[in-house]
Design a protein around this ligand. Structure first.
Ligand code: NOJ
Length: 526
């Protein structure tokens, strides 16, 4: 079969006009791009903004609504861009501000929204603000960072033996860093820091970005007495524990700033607290984050009871606040879900789940190709956090360079890079890529899937089933987590709209979910 042609308009209606009264981001699907790994236009083996621009049509064909681009700002790259040395410029590795403006304009022309990654908890130690702060105890910017005579017991991320405090010989004090010593924490209790960072947001909002993914947002407000972590959690990084009430006022100010712009700009916070109960308050009373990442489901095993519990926790914690959930299975910090769940069949079922739960799904570039993590030999390891595997470059085609401009890429290719490449997937209607596309088409066409209510359906052990409903539109979803076929009786009739393995689509649902199969069902089929 030849490659499918461009999408027909009717198949992929764009969401340029959101449903009445609903901000675009509620019904959107967001696609995360890790720029180092997405596409390289200049041949240095590292992806860049021009590379992203050249592949925007892949995203349009796939049918996502928005892109979140991980940091591309000036950085010494101790944490591959999450150590920012200038918030208002593009690192030459990734291009120029003009490249960014062009990328944004061309994304907008295609109806794609664009979020950028804002890293407000810490800067690079090479940021001029830190250089100034570190220059002397009487520096006007001394208080822009957190300096103390004595450290507390907080641990840094990535290495639980590392203190979150580093001694500065020159000025005889410790500075705080929840992550690497090269990532000193800003002091958000200082009004000048707040003002400077608001300026950063305005810089990008004025350029036209549609919102921000906010890094470690729960880290911003800190208890100014800097108490020790309790003994039972003292060996865990403080970056996954800091949860101080002062962050909420900071967020309300950010929300006011962003809501002052037209176009439903959005704040998506990375609240890396591994409890949905602790994540929920970051939505405030509808006056803090618009969306918050909630990672407990990402860490669940591929088991029906675990997922049912995780989803119910989201309903219990978020619904009373009228907070809109987010769902994510893979990102640049964790092994890909294809790797974690151990089979393509499960990864396909997980895609059905991800794209049919109630909330805004986030895809991580390459999951639509069914990519696994790359094997990283010790000589090729570069990340201090051991996250290289999920950051392997995206193979665009089956040629030797997989569509990258140069010969050597910064990380090795993922397994089966030829067969999993975008070009090969596109030619095979049975591919994971086509499954994602069919799911996205189905989502676009169903108000129940985009915005509808969610209710669990009674289902046998090993199966998670639910129904989505809005304005008379209904969809049912059956996810079989087991490796055997299971009878799942639903009050019907239903027809198979999308099957994770492609089987029986368009046919009547016969009351059975195949081994590791997930089904999206539409009413009918009698
Ligand atoms: C969370 C980011 O996702 C991760 O990649 C980074 O290392 C830390 N925050 C520190 O910025």
């Amino acid at each position: 079969m030849g490659p499918p042609g461009p999408p027909g308009r009717a198949e992929h209606p764009r969401l340029t006009t959101p449903l009445a009264g609903e901000p675009w981001w509620r019904s959107a699907v967001v696609y995360q791009i890790y720029p180092r790994s997405f596409a390289d236009a200049d041949g240095d083996g590292v992806g860049d903004l021009e590379g992203i621009r050249r592949h925007l049509d892949h995203l349009v064909w796939l049918g996502v609504d928005a892109v979140w681009v991980s940091p591309f700002f000036r950085s010494p790259m101790a944490d591959f861009g999450y150590d920012v040395a200038d918030y208002c410029d593009v690192d030459p590795l990734f291009g120029t501000l003009a490249d960014f403006d062009r990328l944004l304009a061309e994304a907008h022309e295609r109806g794609l929204k664009m979020l950028i990654d804002w890293v407000p908890n810490h800067t690079s130690n090479q940021h001029p603000w830190f250089a100034e702060s570190k220059s002397s105890r009487s520096s006007p910017k001394r208080d822009w960072y957190v300096w103390r005579d004595r450290p507390n017991n907080w641990k840094a991320a990535f290495d639980e033996t590392q203190s979150a405090w580093t001694w500065d010989e020159d000025t005889g004090q410790y500075y705080l860093h929840l992550f690497l010593p090269e990532q000193p924490d800003l002091n958000w209790a200082n009004a000048e820091v707040v003002e400077a960072m608001h300026g950063v947001l305005r810089f990008w909002l004025d350029r036209g970005v549609d919102g921000f993914r906010i890094d470690v947002v729960h880290g911003l407000g800190k208890d100014q007495s800097f108490p020790d972590a309790p003994p039972e959690t003292a060996d865990r990084p403080w970056s996954s524990q800091n949860d101080h009430e002062s962050t909420h006022a900071i967020l309300r100010d950010l929300r006011r700033l962003v809501d002052g712009y037209s176009g439903d700009r959005v704040l998506v916070g990375e609240v890396y607290l591994l409890s949905t109960r602790q994540v929920a308050p970051y939505y405030g009373d509808g006056d803090e984050l618009h969306l918050a990442f909630n990672f407990p489901p990402l860490y669940e095993p591929w088991e029906a009871p675990a997922w049912r519990h995780s989803v119910e926790r989201v309903v219990e914690e978020l619904d009373p606040r009228r907070a809109w959930p987010t769902w994510v299975l893979s990102n640049h910090d964790n092994p890909r879900h294809r790797t974690r769940y151990g089979s393509e069949a499960r990864a396909r079922s997980a895609a059905v789940l991800l794209l049919t739960l109630r909330g805004t799904p986030f895809l991580y570039a390459g999951e639509e190709l069914g990519l696994e993590d790359a094997e990283i030999s010790p000589e090729r390891r570069v990340d201090p956090g051991g996250r290289d595997g999920c950051r392997a470059p995206i193979p665009w085609d089956a040629s030797a360079g997989h569509g990258w401009a140069g010969e050597d890429t910064w990380l090795p290719w993922p397994p089966e890079a030829d067969a999993r490449s975008a070009a090969v997937g596109r030619q095979d209607e049975g591919s994971v890529l086509h499954l994602y596309r069919r799911l996205l088409v189905a989502r676009r066409a169903s108000v129940a899937l985009r915005l509808g209510s969610w209710s669990p359906l009674p289902s046998p052990s090993g199966v998670f089933a639910y129904v989505r409903e809005a304005d008379g539109d209904r969809r049912a979803v059956v996810v079989n987590y087991t490796d055997d076929a299971v009878e799942v009786d639903l009050p019907g009739p239903w027809a198979v709209q999308v099957a994770s393995d492609g089987s029986g689509e368009g046919e009547r649902y016969e009351g059975v979910a195949g081994a590791s199969q997930a089904l999206l069902l539409s009413p009918g089929g009698s």
